[in-house]
Design a binder for this molecule. Sequence first.
Ligand SMILES: [Zn+2]
Length: 147
Amino acid sequence: MPVTLPPPQYNHPPSILVIEHVLTAEEVDAICHARHALGWDGRAPPPRYRFSGCAHVTARSCEVWRIDDGAVRRHELGHCNGWPSNHPTAQELANRPATPYPRAVLPLSPEQAKTFEEASQRSIQRNGPPDVLLRQVLEKPKAPEPQ
Ligand SMILES: [Zn+2]
């Protein structure tokens, strides 16, 4: 896996205590697997994944196991500074919505709004007001668990 540098906001000396263990590639890989470090995509790595470094961050310190490589060092220190384990880029961090919304909200034209309102009224006449429907759903007894 390529070693990427963290985005600028994480690419600086950490302000917390850093404990670094510079080891051979085999030692780093064994320790990072044993510590259940996360792989490149931030998920549990497959057994054949090769670690060149990993970091364990707590509120007071950051412990790093890594090979003797400047880029790997800056990568892991980025994690010490809070860079998420799925390695978002500066662009991805900037584009991330503050609160994800489950679906797109599209503005309606006046004609669409009128059609929508009429359909809504017909639905209420057929089914009762929405809060009645909601109450029916909430009070519906739970279906038995599948065997
Ligand atoms: Zn990483």
